[in-house]
Design a protein around this ligand. Structure first.
Ligand SMILES: C[S@@+](CC[C@H](N)C(=O)[O-])C[C@H]1O[C@@H](n2cnc3c(N)ncnc32)[C@H](O)[C@@H]1O
Length: 239
């Protein structure tokens, strides 16, 4: 009988990710089965083609605010967790062309858009934040924008981000947050209407999660990018 993994290259081609996609066979197997059951994969598979256009103002502002807070050496190794369509990676590649960029996201359709946008400028990996396919201490910077509120197990995700950071590295997490009334209303609605939505946090709660996961020098900032969206950027370094 044919091993189902012999079909792997076809699967990759169908995803349009043959370029620099990197993930193991067991991860792909998990992706295949969860594509039918995970509401996040369902939602973002449907949204992928329209995502950049529909959310352009929000993406531009959140990426700009996050990049403003990034200071890394010219040849740093960087991971974007929940990279989606690769907007942040693209902006980083333009700002600092010497960076070695990686993106991780579980949704193949989002990664397919990222692969087109990024060409060969980043390695893309199909992966959940809670199980990152990288060795310990691999990255100088781990960053994540607008994905944290999807993580089903935020502490496990942060533990993974901690594991893959080298000592002296840095984590930067930007997301919309509970500190702002409009966002709290938005979250109430999403909880009732959107199965992909998990939960948002207030900024101090998010900072506490970082501390529990073993990060030190935790810094938090809150700011508005529009009348509706209030963001937090929480950063720290591994102990
Ligand atoms: C709102 S989009 C943000 C994409 C991108 N970071 C941006 O700023 O445009 C959320 C992304 O998080 C991804 N995501 C959801 N759950 C995740 C998880 N557990 N681990 C990693 N990424 C996840 C989704 O597939 C989606 O691409």
């Amino acid at each position: 009988m044919k091993d189902r993994h012999q079909h792997l290259p076809c699967f990759r081609r169908r995803l349009g990710l043959q370029g620099r996609l990197q993930c193991s066979k067991s991860e792909l197997r998990q992706m295949r089965s969860s594509a039918f059951t995970d509401p996040v994969l369902k939602a973002y598979s449907r949204l992928a083609a329209k995502y950049d256009q529909r959310w352009s103002t929000y993406i531009d502002a959140s990426v700009r605010e996050t990049i403003r807070r990034i200071v890394v050496p010219a040849d740093a190794v960087v991971l974007d967790v929940g990279c989606g369509t690769g907007a942040l990676l693209k902006a980083l590649s333009q700002a600092q062309p010497g960076l070695k960029l990686h993106g991780a996201d579980p949704t193949p359709a989002m990664l397919a858009v990222a692969a087109k946008r990024l060409d060969d400028k980043a390695s893309l990996h199909q992966a959940y934040a809670e199980a990152l396919p990288f060795s310990d201490a691999f990255f100088d910077l781990v960053v994540s924008t607008s994905a944290f509120h999807f993580f089903r197990d935020p502490l496990k995700a942060l533990a993974e981000m901690h594991r893959v950071l080298r000592p002296g590295g840095r984590i930067i997490v930007t997301d919309w947050c509970h500190d702002f009334l409009a966002c709290r209303v938005c979250e109430r609605v999403l909880r009732l209407t959107d199965r992909a939505h998990h939960r948002t946090y207030d900024s101090s709660e998010c900072a506490a999660l970082l501390t529990t996961a073993g990060f030190v020098d935790v810094n938090l900032e809150r700011y508005k990018i529009s009348w509706l969206w209030g963001l937090m950027t929480v950063s720290g370094r591994p102990k």
